[in-house]
Design a protein around this ligand. Structure first.
Ligand code: DAK
Length: 259
């Protein structure tokens, strides 16, 4: 299958590496990338030979620096809500529910939608230079791809609240302390480390691995995701959202008025 924004490579008969390849935009997720990721992940999930997938960003700077701000700044509140639901269905909830395990190899910035993609993956390993955060409120919006729900599940409500409300990034060491990532390794060893984890999983019974993912997921209630999409749409109607995204593009500090 041909992709414009992904490099899909089989590292062995059973292990696939999917690299998000928009390095000039720090691998930011636009609708096209989300659609392509859905196609690639769906193909991996349908292929019984593929027993694990590693997700990575291209280059040495970013896993994914968020949703593409230059694209979503023009959406209306209705589009915002609709696209939040669509993104959940096609990518974020889709990854979480896959029976083929997905390992996020976080090779740099994982911000906003990028961290949300890592949070939806089954395992996260970070390179030492990685930085993670949910900066959405600094743009006048809220995390819209599951971040308000999944971050708290991973690191607890208090720490999630602090990360979301301050919009600050944390480094890989702190992410490890928080339990957000299972390991931190030098950048040049990141892929090997993800492969090693995948190999340990692939020694086990594939059907049981898939069922175990489903069973672990069953402990969590998904009803908050719809609430997140509704509130996300509301944020799109605010003046602060226009100001926050315009300020990013114009490389200036946002002047929020609370409207
Ligand atoms: N979107 C678009 N372009 C981005 C980008 C992004 N998220 N992040 C970086 N870029 C682009 C920059 O604009 C720049 O492009 P040029 O100016 O060269 O054309 C290029 O990538 C390199 O970035 P910088 O020059 O800024 O690089 P620095 O090393 O100085 O800084 C940085 C790296 C990661 C700290 C900085 O780029 C940064 O703060 N990036 C933005 C991080 C961020 O706020 N991400 C978005 C979070 S909000 C939605 C659902 C969910 C969401 C949205 C919509 N719907 C359902 C509609 C989620 C929203 C988010 O993810």
């Amino acid at each position: 299958m041909a992709y414009k924004n992904l490099i899909v490579k089989n590292l062995s008969d059973r292990l696939q590496l999917i690299t998000i390849n928009r390095p000039k935009q720090l691998n930011a997720l636009n609708r096209e990338v989300i659609g392509e990721l859905h196609r690639a992940l769906n193909a991996a999930e349908s292929d019984t030979n593929i027993r694990a997938v590693i997700l990575m960003g291209s280059g040495e700077k970013a896993f994914v620096a968020g949703a593409d701000i230059k694209e979503f700044m023009h959406f209306t509140p209705e589009e915002g809500k609709k696209l939040s639901e669509e993104g959940q269905r096609l990518l974020f909830s889709y990854v979480e529910k896959m029976h083929t395990p997905v390992i996020a190899a976080i090779n740099g910035y994982a911000l906003g939608g990028g961290l949300e993609l890592a949070l939806a993956s089954h395992i996260r390993i970070a390179s030492e230079n990685a930085k993670m955060g949910l900066p959405e409120v600094s743009l006048g919006v809220i995390p819209g791809y599951g971040g308000t729900q999944r971050l708290a599940r991973h690191i607890g409500k208090g720490r999630a609240m602090e990360m979301i409300l301050t919009a600050k990034m944390i480094d890989a060491r702190k992410a490890y302390e928080y339990g957000l990532v299972s390991d931190v390794v030098p950048l040049e060893k990141l892929l090997d480390s993800a492969v090693e984890t995948a190999e340990a999983i692939m020694k086990n019974a594939p059907v049981a691995v898939g069922l175990a993912i489903e069973a672990v997921n069953a402990a969590y209630d998904d009803s908050g995701l719809q609430k997140e999409s509704d509130l996300f749409g509301q944020a799109f109607a605010s003046e602060d959202f226009r100001e926050g995204t315009a300020a990013f593009v114009e490389r200036r500090k946002a002047n929020f008025t609370g409207k």
